[in-house]
Write a protein that binds this ligand. Structure first.
Ligand SMILES: C[S@@+](CC[C@H](N)C(=O)[O-])C[C@H]1O[C@@H](n2cnc3c(N)ncnc32)[C@H](O)[C@@H]1O
Length: 479
């Protein structure tokens, strides 16, 4: 019997826990003592295995069903063990014999009677399915972008590949899908309310996080991000962890100092903080009133902003954003807000590296249904927020998805609606907030921009080692 490695044991315990608690993997990993107890290499490997097993679970489940002998029943824990080992076998470069022997031990840990069945199944996957996936990987590596190959290589539902290709074309889809094979980079923004960029860089460096400036004022990619939570810099509000695309969107949405902004879909207030930090670097603060439909998130946001001394400038309210036109806002300046920002609920296709559980919830008909219902909600949120924007004011809409149905299509539906009649699209890259982050920020955003058929909108490309795919549109109300 081979000795089971610690990283695989921890990966299995996380996958089991996720199934039992229905929690998001990212949240489970954040609080995992077992993961924290591993050395840096094992920790990185366990992280890779867990995220990968969750991302590929739909494909692996289908392959295992096809290879399972009739009459052989697999307990849920054994399926969990197989999902980890099959992912390693099919998607990482571990030698097959190691995968099979470690996978057998992992299954034995889940159920002492399951070792033989697991061994046979992993051997079958190695003989029949691994060569098919390797062949697809070979074609994609030399520039191939056949949709079936891309779905196999990225372990995602074919319908998602089709939708990506239809939305942004094959090169964009290929880049995004290939990027799923690596963990997402970790970015942080210096909180300008507390200190300048140099001091933030010094603190990040002293904490051993290896900060690398990305060319946009106050924004860093972390070379060694594992110690970020332990560093205390996030709890102290010195830095705000946020993907670079979120930082770009927040900068584009940030109002001018002294202006008022209605934020719809505040979540945990990450972009609220980024916006105030951006406004502060222009010499003041904004008055933000933020709403979210989730009481849990509003509580978190209020607590976070209060701790960071923004309780006076930002108010948070539980409210359905579709209702803001009907009254009910706890704060509403006369004549309307100077700006509104709708950070819309979406499929999250641009953040699959961080939330891999979303991938197979978008399989088959589920993707079309999600796009239909989210598209309607997004349009309604935009229409309602528009009624609260003063004449000459700005309305920014964002999603963390590059799918056209929840991006440009929503903007077009809004512009055709009665509330959208006197709004027009302006270039995201010309927003004052982005310019405030320095000239290189605009160049960076331009370099990251993918194709869009609505001039002025920004859809960030997602490449290996780069930020998430986000969409942003900026509209201005006529005077
Ligand atoms: C993309 S997330 C927001 C992320 C957040 N702004 C941040 O920076 O972390 C979308 C948010 O919309 C909220 N939401 C969903 N439906 C809503 C509705 N009908 N009205 C208001 N908020 C809603 C969700 O609870 C979620 O927090």
């Amino acid at each position: 019997m081979a000795r089971l490695s610690d990283a695989r044991r921890v990966a299995l315990s996380l996958v089991v826990e996720r199934r039992l608690r229905g929690a998001r993997m990212r949240e489970l990993m954040r609080g995992s003592a077992a993961l924290d107890a591993l050395g840096p290499r094992d920790r990185a490997f366990a992280t890779r295995l867990t995220f990968g097993a969750v991302l590929a679970e739909g494909l692996v489940r289908r392959l295992i069903e096809a290879r399972r002998r009739p009459g052989v029943r697999l307990r849920a824990r054994v399926r969990d063990a197989l999902s980890v080992s099959a992912f390693e076998l099919l998607y990482l470069s571990t030698p097959t014999d190691v995968c099979v022997s470690q996978g057998t031990e992992l299954a034995r840990r889940a159920d002492p009677h399951a070792a033989d069945v697991a061994h046979a199944l992993l051997r079958a996957l190695a003989s029949h399915d691994l060569p098919v996936i390797e062949a697809a990987r070979g074609r994609v590596a030399v520039g191939g972008n056949d949709e079936g190959d891309l779905a196999l290589v990225a372990a995602v539902p074919p319908v998602l590949v089709r939708e990506l290709v239809a939305s942004r074309g094959r090169p964009f889809a290929r880049e995004l899908l290939v990027s799923l094979s690596e963990p997402a980079p970790v970015y942080v923004a210096a909180n300008h309310l507390v200190q300048g960029d140099d001091e933030a860089a010094r603190l990040l460096d002293a904490a051993g996080l290896d900060p690398r400036p990305v060319g946009m004022g106050g924004s860093f990619a972390l070379g060694r991000p594992a110690g970020l939570a332990r560093s205390g810099l996030v709890d102290d509000g010195r830095v705000v962890p946020a993907d670079l695309s979120s930082q770009l969107v927040a900068a584009a949405a940030a109002p001018a100092p002294g202006e008022s902004l209605l934020e719809v879909g505040q979540g945990r207030a990450t972009k609220t903080l980024l916006m105030e930090s951006c406004v502060h670097s222009r010499g003041g603060l904004a008055r933000i009133h933020a709403i979210d439909a989730s009481p849990f998130k509003v509580d978190l946001a209020r607590g976070r902003l209060g701790r960071l001394g923004l309780g006076e400038r930002v108010s948070c309210q539980v409210l359905d954003g579709r209702k803001v036109a009907e009254g009910g806002l706890a704060f509403a300046p006369e004549g309307g807000f100077d700006a509104a920002f709708v950070d819309a609920p979406c499929t999250g296709v641009g953040t699959l590296r961080r939330h891999p559980e979303a991938v197979w919830s978008l399989a088959d008909d589920a993707l079309g249904e999600a796009l239909r219902s989210l598209g309607a909600l997004q349009t309604d949120l935009l229409r309602a927020a528009a009624t609260r924007v003063r004449r000459g004011g700005t309305l920014v809409f964002a999603t963390c998805s590059p799918l056209r149905h929840e991006d440009e299509d929503v903007i077009r539906a809004f512009l055709a609606s009665p509330e959208g009649g006197d709004f027009s699209v302006r270039d995201v890259l010309e927003s004052a907030g982005l310019a405030a982050l320095g000239p290189r920020a605009v160049t960076l955003a331009r370099d990251l921009a993918g194709p869009t058929d609505l001039e002025g909108c920004l859809c960030v490309r997602q490449r290996l080692g780069g930020p998430d795919a986000h969409f942003c549109a900026r509209l201005v109300r006529g005077t």
